[in-house]
Unconditional design. Structure first.
Length: 123
């Protein structure tokens, strides 16, 4: 499904305010024909009060005008303390594992990813 969706056309934006105001700035926003996908990325910072809930609401409101399906993804060093059943949660270790699997036997890519993985495992 995603390969077809991305093959049609998509745009990627960074540090986006979904509703155009100065609050609730998403780190990454991917807009496809059918989806509006926001990603909140944490390295050293913690989530703000109701941050994911606010972002989910802002995405839903923006998607209403464009008839896209809103989705929010969280990426951080560990899962948030409060459970969010409708928000996929990934850690930096998940990313490292997926990338290492994806590069396969390409030696240069494996070496570069290994350096990144060593760095990211400390998050």
């Amino acid at each position: 499904m995603w390969e077809i969706e991305l093959a049609l056309d998509y745009s990627v934006y960074t540090e986006v305010n979904p509703l155009g105001d100065l609050s609730d700035r998403l780190d990454i926003l991917v807009e496809t024909e059918q989806f509006l996908i926001g990603s909140e990325v944490k390295v050293d910072a913690v989530l703000g009060d109701q941050q994911l809930e606010r972002y989910t609401g802002a995405l839903a409101q923006r998607a209403k005008d464009s008839h896209e399906k809103p989705r929010l993804i969280f990426l951080g060093p560990k899962a948030p303390l409060k459970a969010h059943s409708n928000i996929p949660i990934s850690t930096w270790r998940d990313v490292v594992g997926a990338v290492r699997l994806a590069v396969g036997e390409n030696r240069l890519a494996r070496e570069l990813i290994s350096h990144f993985g060593s760095y990211a495992e400390d998050f």
